[in-house]
Design a protein around this ligand. Structure first.
Ligand SMILES: Cc1cc2nc3c(=O)[nH]c(=O)nc-3n(C[C@H](O)[C@H](O)[C@H](O)COP(=O)(O)OP(=O)(O)OC[C@H]3O[C@@H](n4cnc5c(N)ncnc54)[C@H](O)[C@@H]3O)c2cc1C
Length: 472
């Protein structure tokens, strides 16, 4: 990625050229995370001129590659472990569209293996038989628990996955489904945290049921697991930037949108980068909700303050990822993906273990801790607790080295009362600024903060921009 920040002279030269030629200024996408990349590619596919800017030196946002030093060697990993599923249709289509290498993602049928003996996998049968057979054949569950799970998922399917009442939390919903306590603790609660990055007592039941419908209730391939073979960077950010540049989009990294100016009489926009003004025929704000709030707060109009306040009201949850390295010749007696038994009182905060294969003579693994804000603060204790947990639960030896990566605002907190953001509205407040759209994980209102929500939101914002520009 050789994209660089435009200097002041370049910014004004671009403006002059565009003004002088009378060409339409590009649509400016602010943010080159997965939502901004999706928006930029969709705009180029519709033949519109595009400029993509991001304050960071690389694209990918919260799902980006990261060079990490472990045991004195630099390895390519990610800022956090990401799991995709077969239901991520838009993300997978986008990655294919921009030329992701065929081996950048590893796909495998859904298989849940837990350190406490629970094991559930979907045999190669057509849906819903794969799920029924998987539940009946599950190991490590009592028959009453198996039956309760089958009754719950089978009932949901038969009734067409009815949405729970709007303010219901996952904990309340599980109680209403009469799910036994052990099954909640061992299966449902970890699944909720993994899918929504929000603890069950606060998490939105309607969103939870929607994700269950789209994975467990869908054709078998939709519940497949997909993991980056090496780094997320190779799945989308790097090929997307290459694709955009090859198709004539301007990519400006290390370029921050500090303010937005609406030109009078619908004459477009300017994005203030602090180095100059970038002209834009429209702007897609594909940045996290707090940055959207800051940027719209400065816009004219009676609703600006209310919209900014709603966006600023979106809360977030952290995710901590502990990377561990062993010598490459040391076999790891653990499944490739394994659910750990969480026991915060004993410092066992690890939730999921991922084998990350070999690099640079090292055997690598990642342990994920989602939605555990307090644990993420005590970095040393968290690391020590997880190393002890891996020894106790998976019989893993002490690693050569570890590295903890904490994303404090990893995803939105998926509560029932979170603001619902669309490309042109926040809750019932329609954006009063023609030519400005919102994207980002928070702007696909029916989903949790995920890659797929981000990509769908970017595509939706691009579609809105294209139809607006076709009319003006
Ligand atoms: C550790 C971790 C684990 C995760 N695990 C999963 C998972 O397993 N599965 C899953 O589906 N999702 C997962 N997620 C969530 C997923 O990464 C996010 O939902 C998604 O990346 C959000 O994309 P986005 O484009 O909305 O925002 P971002 O990725 O945050 O992109 C926004 C971009 O805007 C830029 N920016 C911000 N302000 C400005 C400004 N003023 N001017 C210019 N640029 C600006 C930022 O630099 C950033 O690049 C995880 C997230 C984390 C952090």
């Amino acid at each position: 990625m050789s994209a660089a920040a435009p200097d002041r002279a370049e910014v004004s030269r671009r403006r002059d050229t565009l003004d002088g030629d009378g060409r339409r200024a590009p649509v400016t996408v602010v943010g080159a995370g997965w939502s901004g990349l999706a928006a930029a590619v969709a705009l180029r596919d519709r033949g519109l001129p595009v400029r993509l800017i991001d304050s960071a030196p690389q694209a990918g946002g919260r799902a980006r590659g990261l060079a990490i030093t472990l045991a004195g060697r630099t390895v390519r990993l990610d800022n956090g472990q990401h799991l995709m599923v077969g239901a991520y249709r838009d993300s997978l289509a986008l990655a294919r569209r921009v030329g992701m290498a065929h081996d950048a993602l590893r796909r495998s049928p859904m298989r849940l293996v837990a350190a406490d003996g629970l094991s559930l996998s979907a045999p190669p049968l057509p849906a819903p038989l794969h799920l029924a057979a998987g539940l009946i054949g599950a190991r490590g569950l009592t028959w009453p628990d198996r039956w309760a799970l089958l009754r719950c998922l089978g009932g949901l399917r038969l009734r067409g996955w009815p949405a729970p009442a709007p303010q219901t939390t996952v904990a309340q919903w599980l109680a209403a489904q009469r799910q036994p306590e052990a099954l909640r603790r061992r299966f449902w609660v970890p699944l909720c945290v993994a899918m929504l990055n929000t603890p069950a007592p606060q998490a939105c039941a309607a969103t939870f049921v929607r994700v269950l419908r789209d994975t467990l209730g869908a054709p078998r391939g939709d519940s497949d697991f997909l993991l980056a073979a090496h780094s997320l960077d190779e799945v989308l950010p790097a090929p997307a930037i290459k694709h955009l540049q090859a198709h004539g989009a301007q990519v400006c990294l290390r370029t921050t949108a500090r303010g937005l100016r609406m030109q009078p009489e619908g004459a477009g926009w300017s994005v203030d980068t602090g180095e100059g003004l970038l002209p834009a025929s429209g702007v897609i704000l594909a940045v996290p909700a707090p940055a959207q709030a800051r940027l719209v707060a400065g816009l004219p109009g009676a609703q600006a303050e209310a919209i900014a306040a709603r966006l600023a009201g979106i809360d977030h949850e952290p995710i901590a990822t502990l990377y561990l390295a062993w010598p490459a010749d040391r076999p790891l007696p653990a499944p490739e993906l394994c659910m750990l038994t969480e026991n915060p009182a004993r410092g066992a905060h690890g939730q999921w273990f991922f084998d990350r294969g070999e690099q640079q003579g090292l055997r690598l693994a990642a342990v994920v801790v989602s939605a555990a804000a307090e644990a993420a603060h005590a970095r040393e204790a968290l690391t020590e607790g997880i190393v002890a947990q891996l020894r106790a639960q998976l019989a893993l030896p002490a690693p050569l080295d570890t590295r903890l990566v904490v994303e404090r605002r990893a995803t939105l907190r998926c509560t029932p009362d979170r603001p619902r953001v669309h490309a042109h509205a926040v809750d019932s407040l329609t954006l009063p600024w023609p030519g400005l759209w919102l994207a980002g994980e928070q702007a696909w209102p029916d989903y949790p903060g995920t890659l797929e929500a981000a990509v769908r939101s970017g595509r939706a914002a691009a579609a809105a921009a294209a139809s607006h520009l076709a009319e003006h």
